[in-house]
Design a protein around this ligand. Structure first.
Ligand SMILES: [Zn+2]
Length: 281
């Protein structure tokens, strides 16, 4: 691949940018934490939320925030939760662990439950187990009054059905969470927006062959858009194929600005404000 010969592009001239989704404990970027956070700050990214996907990474996310929060002024937060890939690992002990962590959420700077949801693309856990674990964590989100980070891939109908069922039972918060790395159609996004969800945009929005996600952005009201990297995955153009890091979130913000027809600094400000409202920072 020719990727390794390219130099990454680091957008400059911004401030107050919020990367709402970066797996900073991932080995690919963890070793280099200091440099990664310095580059984020140089690119104007001063707030990052570190999401988890199982019990182990929940601990890693909490530890990462504990260790690096405040480094040169950066503001770090995290989430705890069990990803659909890991649904098979979810036991009563896991639930107790999550509830315990969330009972000390201020101390740990935990601002969300997640990633939770359904993934029928990889099917790493049986689908009925995924649905069961999704329902259990939805209940936790409602009862403990904490928004969640939704991961959904190739499971749209079941996902919407389970969310609607929770809503019908009065068990969904008014602003339930964020549809992370949105890959759904505009029609489904509209349903999620009606349920109070925010929509998370990342690298794929900038990919030249992606015709669907710009259409979702178009129908998404300004006050529901958040920017994320999903570091270390899915680096945005022109850094596609490289290891992703929070500094690159501004490339997503620039694309949002371009498609919405506003100045990038304005898009940076609004997406950060939305993230702060959603995660109650
Ligand atoms: Zn993620």
């Amino acid at each position: 691949m020719s990727h390794k010969h390219r130099e990454p592009h680091y957008p400059q001239g911004y401030k107050g940018v919020f990367d709402t989704h970066a797996h900073l404990y991932d080995a690919r970027i963890f070793q280099d934490a200091e440099a990664v956070l310095e580059r984020a700050l140089e690119c104007g990214v001063d707030t990052v939320l570190v999401p988890a996907d199982n019990e182990e990474t929940s601990r890693l996310a909490v530890d990462y925030v504990q260790k690096w929060d405040g480094f040169k002024g950066i503001d770090l937060y995290c989430s705890v939760g069990v990803h659909p890939h890991e649904a098979s690992s979810y036991t009563d002990d896991t639930e107790r662990f999550l509830a315990d962590m969330l009972s000390e959420r201020d101390k740990h700077k935990i601002k969300a439950l997640g990633e939770i949801g359904l993934d029928y693309y990889y099917d790493h856990s049986p689908r009925d187990v995924q649905r069961d674990v999704f329902r259990k964590q939805l209940k936790l989100s409602y009862e403990l009054d904490i928004p969640f980070i939704l991961h959904e891939r190739d499971a749209t109908q079941d996902c919407i059905d389970i969310l609607k069922e929770a809503q019908k039972n009065g068990m969904l918060l008014p602003a339930p969470g964020v549809c992370h790395c949105c890959s759904c159609s505009a029609e489904i996004a509209k349903m999620l927006l009606d349920m109070g969800f925010y929509i998370g945009f990342d690298g794929p929005l900038t990919f030249k062959n992606n015709k669907k996600t710009p259409g979702v952005l178009e129908i998404c009201p300004w006050d529901r858009i958040v920017a994320e990297t999903d570091s270390p995955y899915l680096a945005p153009e022109p850094n596609r194929g490289m290891t992703n890091e929070p500094a690159f979130v501004t490339l997503v913000v620039e694309k949002i600005a371009q498609l919405k027809g506003v100045e990038p600094a304005e898009a940076a400000r609004i997406t950060a404000e939305n993230g702060r409202r959603l995660f109650r920072l």
